[in-house]
Each structure stands twice: as C-alpha cells, then as structure tokens.
Write a protein that binds this ligand. Structure first.
Ligand SMILES: C[S@@+](CC[C@H](N)C(=O)[O-])C[C@H]1O[C@@H](n2cnc3c(N)ncnc32)[C@H](O)[C@@H]1O
Length: 480
C-alpha cells in the first residue's frame, strides 16, 4: 500500500512561486526504509536527514556532543558493515538540541554513490535473506484463490513463450494487434470469472479495515507483483501523477490498444482492459445520454462535466453527431490541466470546422470551489445536463450529499444530473481495484446512491446501472 493524494486534497490551479533550493531528504525515504547508521567518535547515530552538504544525526540519550573537536571522520554502516567514509566538520552544538549537523569536508560527495553502496551492503545483510513471513491472518481459501490466479497467468505465459515469443520480433503491426486481441478474447470469460471470484471472497471483509489491510498486502505481494508487468496495471498501481485515475489511465481503457514491449506484457495489459471494462461502459452510458439531450426544445444545450478527465464521451458524441441546427456548450471541470488540454483538443478535433455552434471550455479548478459561497461557478449559466463519472466514488457520503445538492442547484428546470459510481456487486471491480491496484473508492450500494440526492428538493431520483452491472448511475431530474 502506498501513499497517494486523496481527491479532496487535489487543488488544481493555484498561484505558486518558483523556488530552487538544496533539498534535504528524509533518510528513511531516501534509503527506501533501510538507512545506514553513522559512526562518529565511536558512537552510533541514527541519520535523520541527508543532503548534498551533509547529514543531520540524532544524538543518542545520555551522549553529549558539546566541546567535541569540529573535524572528524564519519563512517556509514549498514547492519554493522562499514561501506563509506568521509571527513566531516561538526557544526557547533547547543546542549539542548537533540540533533547534530555534520558537513562533508571533501569535494564531490555523490548521494547516488552513497545510496548504491548502502544497497550493496544491504544485499549481504540478513534483511535480504529473511524468512518469508507466514500470513496467518489471511484465510486459506483466499491464499488458494491467489495461487489459482497466478497459476492461470503462468499457464498463459508458458503458452505465449512457447508459441508466440519465437516469432514476435518479426510480427507486423497488424499481427501484433491480432495476437493481442486473440489472447484477450480467449481469456475474457476465464479472467472475468477469476475477478468475480475475488469479489466474492473479499466483499464480506469490506467493512473490516484490519482484515482488508492483511488481504491487500497479501494480494499485492503475489498477484499485483505479476500483473504490474502490464502497462495499465503498472500505472494504475504506481500512480505516477500522485493520485489514482489520471487521464492517461482512463485513455488506456478507452483506446483499448495492445500496449507493451512484448506479447506477455501486452497480454497483461489486455487483462487490465477487461477488468476496466466498466470504465468504458460508464462512458458509453453518458455518451448515449448526450445523444438524447436534443429534444428540439433549445437552440443551445449547456452541459457540464465535473472531474471530466479526458472527456471521451464528449469526443464520441461530437464524432457521431452531424446536425448543424442546435448548439452545445460543454464546460469541463478538472484539477488536472493536462487532462483538460487533452479533452479540449480531442473534442475540437472531432468537430467539423463548420460547426461553430459548439463550444468546449475547461475550468481548471477543484470541485470544492463550487461549494464556496462566492464561488466562480456562480457566473456559469444553468445547465441542461451535469454529470460526473469517477469522482464521487472518492468522496465521503457527506461530501457527496453536499456536492450533489450544489450540482442540482446549477441545473435548469427540467435539467438532469447524472452521477456514476462503482458498486459493490459481485460482478463489479472491487477486487481488481481495491485489492490488486490499491485504488481505493467508495464501492456503493443502491441505497447509498439514493442517499447522495437527499438534499435535492423536489427532484425525481432514480438509480440505473451500466451495461456491465458494475457502476451505478444516479439520475436526478429537476422539475420543469
Ligand atoms: C477517475 S477520473 C474520471 C475521469 C472522467 N470523468 C472519465 O470517466 O473518464 C477522475 C478525474 O477527476 C479529477 N479530479 C480529481 N480530484 C478532483 C478535484 N478535486 N476537482 C476536480 N477534478 C478532480 C482527476 O484529475 C481525474 O481527471
């Protein structure tokens, strides 16, 4: 499990200065949780920070570093093995402080070299050969299940290595694609069944944080470790933009292309696309809704997407629509500037240049801006359709109620609000997202979906599902 930003913490555009400085790094983080100790004057010190200029050491209890000569030799040790030495100057010490700063007293100290030597010393220490910890807390049934998943993958890998790998370097692009698609199709049902089986085993622990933690780390150690050899599993798990569900991950799902460097990694990527199928059916659901919007009552339809990401449904809608009469104004709201740039460009590329009555604009801000009393959203006209897919899944029930009420206020009479949220059904994405990918969401029940609309006075509220039965769609219609 890793530390990632929660959606409520993502700010969007903010004034920020540009400042470059000598960054001091936390020693635990810098040495991947295995920092060396520092030996100075025969005393062992824990290292708190490391930088290009020196180290900050923690002074052990009952050790005084006042009145110590400034010039010393410092040795770094990993589990008792000395691997680096360097002359240092001790900074003057006040008796009350618990830390000691030492500055390197030679040129050319390279932090990468220190990190590398520390890793090499770690490799010969006992930590590297520690016995595997037996995870008693994980039920045997779940362990067998994870073994079955690995067995399935190993089977497919062997098949690929025997039959495809010898030829893959000579495949044309079409051959590469047709092989990947063939492997995807022949695994579709079996992989879906495995994922559904995973849901059934972990759903009973949904409300038990302790059990979830153990099951998750077991899954990550075994199953995730193998699956991240495929690109979309890898990006979804490691979250290089610092938060889950960035627009590139979403685009992997929508593009549905065999990405990867060899047949097996492309195959794993395709399995990820199977697991992520509900992301696509949710987008298709909204896209169909966009088509139904034009009932001939307006000359301009106002549509807003909150947490729009790449807004592929807008792109798809514009690609498929040829009428020139009515106009559309799309307002895309997202905290990610790159996502908005992508979405706006893609939308305009799908438009015939003659369609000057379509406007696609982005608001680079957080949805929390909407909740402020003097919000910039007060200048936006009332909307025919507001939708949000893949955003409220991250928000607490209370925050969902507040946001839904606010979005409802922004609707025209007769307008509709659509909210897509992953559900807790056995054919959903719970196991693959929460357990394999550490992609934590509120997997909601139907009642929890209705609860979001609790503050929408006079609304006609219903809950529908996507084609895969994995995503609930809350529909809130304002009386005309
Ligand atoms: C899972 S993606 C869904 C994107 C798109 N709706 C779709 O279904 O393809 C969630 C999106 O919400 C955006 N997001 C996250 N936190 C946000 C916030 N506080 N305000 C606005 N957008 C946010 C992310 O940048 C990301 O593009």
């Amino acid at each position: 499990m890793q530390s990632v930003k929660h959606y409520q913490e993502l700010k969007g555009a903010e004034a920020s200065g540009i400042r470059v400085t000598f960054a001091s790094k936390d020693a635990l983080e810098f040495f991947n949780n295995h920092p060396p100790s520092a030996l100075l004057l025969g005393v062992n010190f824990d290292i708190k920070e490391i930088s290009l200029t020196g180290l900050v050491l923690e002074i052990p209890e009952r050790v005084s570093m006042t009145d110590v000569p400034g010039s010393q030799i410092l040795t770094l040790l990993q589990k008792g093995t000395a691997f680096y030495q360097c002359p240092v100057i001790l900074q003057p010490q006040q008796s009350s402080t618990k830390t000691l700063t030492v500055l390197y007293d030679e040129k050319g100290v390279d932090l990468e070299v220190i990190a590398r030597k520390n890793a090499a010393a770690l490799a010969v220490s006992e930590t590297a050969t520690r016995k595997p910890a037996v995870t008693y807390s994980v039920p045997a049934e779940y362990k067998i299940y994870c073994t079955e998943v690995l067995d399935f993958l190993s089977d497919r890998r062997t098949f690929i290595e025997r039959n495809i790998t010898p030829y893959e370097d000579y495949f044309t692009l079409e051959e590469t694609e047709s092989v990947a698609e063939g492997l995807e199709q022949t695994s579709l049902t079996a992989w879906q069944q495995l994922c559904f089986q995973g849901n059934e085993l972990v759903l009973p622990h949904k409300g038990d944080a302790e059990a979830r933690k153990d099951l998750k780390s077991f899954t990550e150690k075994l199953v995730t470790y193998e699956l991240v050899k495929g690109l979309n599993w890898n990006r979804s798990y490691f979250k290089p933009m610092g938060y889950p569900g960035d627009f590139k991950i979403m685009n992997y799902m929508y593009d549905h292309r065999p990405e990867g460097t060899d047949t097996y990694s492309r195959y794993l990527h395709m399995l990820g696309l199977i697991s992520g199928g509900p992301i696509v059916s949710r987008m298709e659901y909204i896209s169909r809704y966009l088509k139904e919007l034009n009932d001939g009552s307006e000359s301009m339809y106002h549509v807003m997407s909150i947490g729009s990401g790449p807004a592929r449904e807008v792109q798809r809608f514009l690609e498929d629509t040829y009428e020139a009469g009515e106009g559309y104004s799309f307002t895309l709201v997202d905290q990610e500037k790159d996502a908005l740039d992508y979405a706006i460009n893609a939308a305009y590329r799908s438009l015939a240049p003659s369609r000057s009555n379509v406007i696609v604009s982005g608001m680079h801000t957080s949805f929390t801006e909407m909740l402020r009393p003097m919000s910039t959203f007060r200048h936006i006209p009332q909307q025919d359709l507001i939708y949000s897919a893949g955003l409220l899944d991250y928000l607490s029930p209370n925050m969902c109620r507040n946001l839904t009420r606010k979005l409802y206020e922004h609707l025209k009479p007769g307008g509709t609000l659509l909210v897509g949220n992953v559900n807790d059904a056995p054919m959903g994405t719970y196991w693959s997202m929460e357990y394999v990918l550490d992609w934590t969401l509120f997997f909601r029940s139907e009642d929890e979906m209705f609860d979001m609309a609790a503050g929408c006075q006079g609304a006609d509220v219903s809950v529908d599902m996507d084609e895969n039965g994995a995503v609930y769609m809350l529909k809130v219609v304002k009386q005309a």
